[in-house]
Design a protein around this ligand. Structure first.
Ligand code: PGA
Length: 243
């Protein structure tokens, strides 16, 4: 595991965008596993600006996103599909048919998750998976629990996640209670993983992930078992980590 300690959010974003760019340049038809939330927004801004400057070409890139709320349609502003279009897809030359996110409105949860896992396997898995970390240590929407999940599945969101995500909604009651997510196994099968963290409110989770026991009660801790993980975190997020 490589840990890059950077000054702040801006520097984290630039470094993460550089890692993603290196992947795209080295393998133009890369499968990128991407993430939503506040953390990667700056990363996507850099990617868009480097695309506009002619440095990057997304024409062969394929994307599999980590997760999606259940019961929210793609054109709903709260959907992660909408988020990805707004922050990345609409501003680069990626082909819409090469962008994949679980279907939040699929009728049967099992069908949605099996189809998504199958798709990721058919593509050969992510070459690089970008991750944020939840305040409770979740990755994707893999919430703390008594086991690690193997494949894409439907989850009940933890109270702390609903609390953390209510800032994106008008009312807390509007935050969906369920979501589809890649499983821990799906994430761990990515060839490379880049974990981002910024801010003091991630410090406890990041300390647990990097220094605590490897446990499904802090899902990000499992990343220590992966052979190619790069952590890009700012000083505030790393403030509780020794060394
Ligand atoms: P955030 O969410 O980037 O909005 O902090 C990260 C996560 O919950 O994985």
């Amino acid at each position: 595991m490589w840990i890059y300690k950077v000054k702040d959010y801006q520097e984290m974003s630039r470094r993460a965008a550089a890692l993603l760019s290196a992947q795209i340049i080295a393998k133009p038809d890369s499968i990128l596993g991407l993430a939503t939330g506040s953390t990667p927004v700056g990363t996507y801004e850099y990617l868009v600006s480097w695309y506009q400057a002619g440095v990057l070409d997304f024409s062969e890139v394929r994307v599999v996103n980590l997760d999606e709320y259940r019961g929210i349609s793609r054109d709903d502003e709260q959907s992660y599909y909408y988020f990805m279009k707004k922050h990345l897809f609409d501003h680069v030359n990626i082909r819409p048919e090469n962008t994949h996110i679980p279907d939040g409105c699929g009728s049967y949860a099992e069908a949605v998750t099996q189809a998504y896992e199958t798709l990721i396997r058919l593509l050969g898995g992510a070459d690089l998976q970008l991750l944020g970390i939840g305040r409770n240590g979740h990755i994707g929407f893999n919430e703390p629990g008594d086991s690690f999940t193997e494949t894409c599945h439907c989850v009940a969101l933890a109270k702390s996640t609903i609390e953390a995500n209510k800032r994106f909604f008008t009312r807390e009651e509007d935050v969906p209670r369920e979501a589809y997510t890649m499983g821990i196994g799906t994430i761990m099968r990515a060839k490379k993983i880049v974990l981002l963290a910024s801010g003091e409110d991630k410090a406890e989770a990041l300390r647990g992930a990097l220094e605590g026991p490897i446990t499904s009660w802090l899902p990000a801790s499992v990343l220590r078992l992966h052979h190619d993980v790069t952590v890009v975190a700012d000083e505030a997020a790393l403030s509780l980590v020794n060394g």
